[in-house]
Design a protein around this ligand. Structure first.
Ligand code: FAD
Ligand code: NAG
Ligand code: NAG
Ligand code: NAG
Ligand code: NAG
Ligand code: NAG
Ligand code: NAG
Ligand code: NAG
Length: 717
C-alpha cells in the first residue's frame, strides 16, 4: 500500500488530510531543479596536469580535503582528485536551512541504491523501497506498478569537491573518548589516545560561539579551518508551538519548566493571536537558551555518558551564516597567490576526474608499491550521478604518477571499490572479474556499518511560524532567502530562519541497551522526515506543509558489522553492490542478540519522542499536536520493533577498509592508515574506522584526517 493511501485512512485532523498529497512517494525520476546562479566563485573542472606529484589524494571529502590542505601547507606537491565538479556556492549548499535540497541537486548528487536486507520479503516491507517503473520513473512504496524493477533503498551522497561535507546536515559533533581509545588498544599507537585526538579538534575548530574564557573544559579551538556556531534558539521562540514542544522535551528529562511556562503564558496573554514584540521574545529566548545551553562538544570526563538535551553546534560560519567545510579551505589553498601572481602552494585540484585504479610497481621491491593512478576525465561518468548515461561518453583516459604516496579517500562505498579495481581485495572476488590480484586482502569491502534511524512525526493543527514566509527557493522572491543573504551580521536573527538547519535541540542519551556511552541521539526537526527516497528533498518541508515536526531517532554505536561492498562489474563507472544485512540478517545467535539490543534502543528512542508529543502543553489555546508517523496503530513494543526493522535507514556508512590489529587477517589498514601488504598506499576517510564512532561521523573523520597528515608528514622526514 502506498504511503499516501495509508495516511488517508487515518481519521486525523482535516489539516493532515489536506497535507497528505505532500506525502507522495511517487516522484519524478529527476526532481525539479532550481536554476539560480552560484553565489560565488567555483573551481572550473580540468583534468590533472601532465606533472608528477609527491602525493595524490583520491576523493575530496571529509577525509581527503583536510589531508590535502595539510600536506600542501607543509610544502609538498599534492594532487587532489575528485570525480565531480565544484558546486559549493549554490544556494542549497550554502544556506543552512536548504541542506536537504543539496542532496538532490543534479550537479552534486550521487544517488546509490543499497540493500538493507538480502531477504526480498523483508526488504519489500519498507515504504521507502524504490523501484524503476516500466515508464522510467522512480516509485517508492509497497505496491509498485506491474513490471517494475526493484532498485533498493536510495542513499544520497555528494560526488564533487568537498564530498558529503557539501550536503551534510551541519552537525559537527565530537565522538566518544572510548571510540579513540579503542583504536589505540587495537593498534598500540598511542597517538589514537582520546586526549591526543582532542588536540586535532582544537587545531581544526574555529569556535565562534564561545569565548576562550567560557570554554571551561578547554575543549575547543579558536583558530582552525572549520567554523562552528550554535543553533540560534532565539529564532524559534516567536514560534510558540515550537516552544511548547521543546518545553515538553525538557519536562520529560526532569528539567523544571514551570517558571518559563508561566513567564511565557503571562507574556503572551495580552498578545493572543498576534506576533509577540521582540522585547517579549527576547526574555523567553534567554530563558530557553539557559535551559539548553549545555555544550555537547565539551571535554568533561562524563560528557560521553551523561544524558543531555542541548542546543546543537553547527558547522556554519559567522557573520555570513554559510556552510563551513573543508572545501573552502582547499579552495583557498589551491587558488592562493604570491605577490608576483604565482601559485603560493603546490596543490592542484583535478575535477571531473574519475580514478579507475591505483597503479603499482610489482617488480622492483619486496612489496608492490603504489606509483600513481589511472583516471577517466569527463563529466558525470560515474553511474551514481543522475546525469550519467549507461552507454554514453566513457571519458578520456590518463594517468598520473606520485613519487611518495597515493591516498585513497573516496568514501565508504568508493574506497573499497577503487582498491578492488586496483587488485587489492579478496582474491576470489577479483579473480571472478578477471582483475589481476596485487594483494589478497580479504577485509576490503567488509565490516560495513551504519546507524539505524527512524522518525516519529506529529502534525500541528496550524503551520509552524518559523518558516511561515519561506518558499524554499521554489520562487524567485523567497523572502527568507532574501533576509538570509541580506548582509553579514554576527547576529543570526538578522539572517532570519534560513540561518538554522532546523535542528534546534537534540537529546544525547544512553538507552537501556547502551554500552558506556550515548547510543541515542534524538533531534527535533520542524518537518516530516521519513528517510531517504528519490524526491525526498521535496517532501520534508514544503511551501504548503509547514505543520509537521519530527523527532529523528538515531541509534548510534550500532552493533551490526555484517555489511559488504562488492563489485558488480570491473567497469569503474558502475556502482558497487552495497548490502547492509541490517539487524544481523543471516547471522548467528550472537548477532541476533546484538540486533535485539539495537532494536530495543531504537524503540526506546521512539517512545521518548511519542511521549514528548503526548505530554505537550500547547501554549496557545486551541492548538493541537497529533502523532501521524508511524501511524497511531503502531503502538506496542512489538509493533514498533517491526516498524524499525522495516523502515530504519542510515546515512553514516563507515568502516569498509578497517584499521585493525597486526594479527587480524581482516584488517585492511594499520594504525597509520597504511594499506597492509603494499607500500605507498593509505586510506584516509570514513572507511578506515574499525567501529562506527560517536553519534555523528564527520568530526571524527576531520580529526582522523589531521592525525593522518601528521603520520604522513612524519614518514616524509
Ligand atoms: C545527507 C547526509 C547528511 C549528513 N549529515 C551529517 C552531519 O550533519 N554530521 C555528520 O557528522 N555527518 C553527516 N553525514 C555523514 C558525512 O557527510 C560523511 O560521513 C562524510 O562526509 C564521509 O567522508 P568521506 O571522506 O569518507 O567521504 P565523502 O565525503 O563521501 O567524500 C568522498 C569523495 O570521493 C570522491 N570519489 C569517490 N570515488 C571517486 C573516484 N573513483 N575518483 C575520484 N573521486 C572519487 C567523491 O566524489 C567524494 O567527493 C551526512 C551524510 C549524508 C549523506
Ligand atoms: C504523486 O506524484 C506523482 C508525480 O508527481 C503524480 O503523478 C501522482 O498523481 C501523485 N499521486 C497522488 C496520490 O497524489
Ligand atoms: C607529458 O609530459 C611528458 C614529459 O614532459 C611528455 O613526454 C608527454 O608527451 C606529456 N604527455 C602528454 C599527454 O601531454
Ligand atoms: C524473510 O523475511 C520475512 C519477513 O520478515 C520473514 O518472515 C522470513 O522468515 C525471512 N526469510 C528468511 C529466509 O529469513
Ligand atoms: C506556575 O503556575 C502554576 C499554576 O498557576 C503554579 O502552580 C506554579 O507555582 C507556578 N510556578 C512557578 C515557578 O512560578
Ligand atoms: C516591551 O516594550 C514596550 C514598548 O516598547 C513596553 O511597553 C513593554 O512594557 C515592554 N515589555 C516587556 C515585557 O519588556
Ligand atoms: C500552511 O500554509 C499553507 C500555505 O499558506 C496552507 O496552504 C496550508 O493550509 C497551511 N496548513 C495548515 C495546517 O494550516
Ligand atoms: C495500521 O493501519 C494501517 C491502515 O489501516 C494498516 O495498513 C496497518 O496494517 C496497521 N498496522 C498495524 C500494526 O496494525
Amino acid at each position: 500500500m502506498k504511503l499516501t493511501v495509508t495516511l488517508a485512512l487515518l481519521s486525523v485532523a482535516i489539516s493532515i488530510v489536506e497535507a497528505q498529497a505532500e506525502i507522495n512517494l511517487t516522484v519524478p525520476r529527476v526532481p525539479e531543479q532550481n536554476d539560480y546562479p552560484p553565489n560565488g566563485p567555483q573551481l572550473p573542472a580540468s583534468p590533472p596536469p601532465n606533472k608528477t606529484y609527491e602525493y595524490i589524494i583520491v576523493g575530496s571529502g571529509a577525509g581527503g580535503s583536510p589531508l590535502a590542505a595539510r600536506l600542501a601547507l607543509a610544502g609538498h606537491s599534492v594532487l587532489l582528485i575528485d570525480a565531480g565538479g565544484d558546486y559549493s556556492t549554490l544556494r542549497e549548499v550554502e544556506v543552512p536551512s536548504l541542506y536537504i535540497g543539496a542532496s538532490e541537486r543534479n550537479e552534486l548528487s550521487w544517488g546509490y541504491f543499497v540493500r538493507h536486507y538480502d531477504n526480498d520479503t523483508q526488504a519489500k516491507r519498507d515504504k521507502k523501497l524504490t523501484y524503476l517503473t516500466p515508464d522510467g520513473e522512480y516509485y517508492s512504496g509497497v505496491s509498485p506498478p506491474e513490471g517494475s524493477e526493484m532498485l533498493g533503498n536510495y542513499y544520497p551522497r555528494v560526488g564533487g569537491l568537498g564530498g558529503c561535507t557539501e550536503h551534510l546536515a551541519l552537525l559537527p559533533i565530537t565522538p566518544a573518548k572510548n571510540d579513540w581509545n579503542y583504536i589505540k588498544e587495537l593498534t598500540g599507537d598511542p597517538n589514537w589516545d582520546a586526549e591526543n585526538m582532542r588536540g586535532y579538534f582544537r587545531k581544526l575548530e574555529r569556535n565562534q560561539y564561545l569565548s576562550p574564557i567560557e570554554d571551561v573544559t578547554r575543549a575547543h579551538g579558536f583558530n582552525g579551518w572549520l567554523s562552528t556556531t550554535i543553533e540560534p534558539l532565539a529564532l524559534y521562540v516567536p514560534d510558540l508551538k515550537m516552544v511548547s514542544i521543546f518545553l515538553s522535551a525538557a519536562t520529560s528529562m526532569g528539567i523544571q519548566t514551570d517558571n518559563i511556562l508561566n513567564t511565557t503564558r503571562k507574556l503572551i496573554s495580552s498578545f493572543a493571536d498576534k506576533v509577540l514584540p521582540s522585547n517579549y521574545t527576547a526574555q523567553i529566548a534567554e530563558k530557553m537558551t539557559k535551559l539548553f545551553e549545555y555544550d555537547i562538544n565539551n571535554d568533561s570526563p562524563n560528557r560521553d555518558s551523561t544524558d543531555a538535551l542541548s542546543r546543537i553546534p553547527l558547522s556554519v560560519s559567522s557573520p555570513d551564516w554559510k556552510r563551513s567545510s573543508p572545501r573552502n579551505w582547499v579552495y583557498e589553498i589551491a587558488t592562493a597567490k604570491n605577490a608576483d601572481g604565482s601559485k603560493k602552494y603546490a596543490l592542484d585540484i583535478a575535477l571531473n576526474t574519475l580514478v579507475t585504479k591505483v597503479t603499482f610497481d610489482t617488480a622492483s621491491a619486496a612489496k608492490p608499491r603504489a606509483t600513481g593512478i589511472d583516471y577517466l576525465y569527463g563529466e558525470s561518468l560515474y553511474r551514481a550521478d543522475p546525469r550519467a548515461s549507461a552507454t554514453g561518453d566513457a571519458g578520456a583516459p590518463g594517468s598520473v604518477t606520485a613519487t611518495r604516496e597515493v591516498v585513497v579517500a573516496g568514501g565508504t562505498f568508493n574506497t573499497p571499490q577503487i582498491l578492488k579495481l586496483s587488485g587489492v581485495g579478496p582474491a576470489a572476488e577479483l579473480a571472478a572479474l578477471s582483475i589481476p590480484v596485487i594483494k589478497d586482502l580479504p577485509g576490503v569491502g567488509t565490516n560495513l556499518q551504519d546507524r539505524y534511524e527512524v522518525g516519529v512525526s506529529a502534525a500541528a493543527s496550524t503551520n509552524f511560524t518559523l518558516f511561515k514566509e519561506c518558499t524554499f527557493i521554489t520562487t524567485p522572491d523567497d523572502p527568507c532567502y532574501a533576509s538570509w543573504a541580506h548582509q553579514p551580521s554576527p547576529n543570526p536573527l538578522a539572517h532570519g530562519p534560513y540561518a538554522t538547519n532546523g535542528i534546534a535541540i537534540g537529546l544525547f542519551a544512553r538507552s537501556s541497551a547502551a554500552g558506556p556511552d550515548h547510543d541515542l541521539w534524538i533531534g527535533g526537526v520542524p518537518g516530516l522526515f521519513q528517510g531517504y527516497f528519490p524526491g525526498m528533498s521535496r517532501t520534508v518541508v514544503t511551501p504548503r506543509a509547514k505543520n509537521y515536526f519530527t523527532w529523528l531517532v538515531l541509534k548510534a554505536h550500532s552493533r551490526n558489522n555484517a555489511g559488504t561492498v562488492t563489485l558488480k562489474s570491473a567497469d569503474p563507472r558502475d556502482t558497487p553492490h552495497i548490502a547492509f544485512h541490517s539487524f544481523g540478517e543471516g547471522g548467528d545467535a550472537a548477532r541476533q542478540s546484538d540486533a535485539r539490543k539495537d532494536l530495543r534502543a531504537a524503540v526506546e528512542g521512539m517512545r521518548w519522542g511519542i511521549k514528548v508529543f503526548d505530554n505537550v502543553v500547547m501554549l496557545q489555546p486551541g492548538e493541537r499536536l497529533e502523532r501521524v508517523w508511524p501511524p497511531a496503530n503502531v503502538s506496542t513494543d512489538e509493533e514498533l520493533e517491526q516498524w524499525v526493522r522495516d523502515e530504519a535507514w542510515g546515512h553514516h556508512a563507515s568502516c569498509t577498509c578497517p584499521i585493525g590489529a597486526d594479527d587480524d587477517p581482516m584488517a585492511v589498514l594499520d594504525g597509520q592508515f597504511r594499506v597492509r601488504g603494499v607500500d605507498g598506499l593509505r586510506v584516509v576517510d570514513a572507511s578506515a574506522f574499525p567501529k562506527i564512532p560517536g553519534t555523528f561521523p564527520v568530526m571524527a573523520i576531520y580529526m582522523l584526517a589531521e592525525k593522518a597528515a601528521e603520520d604522513i608528514l612524519s614518514d616524509a622526514k
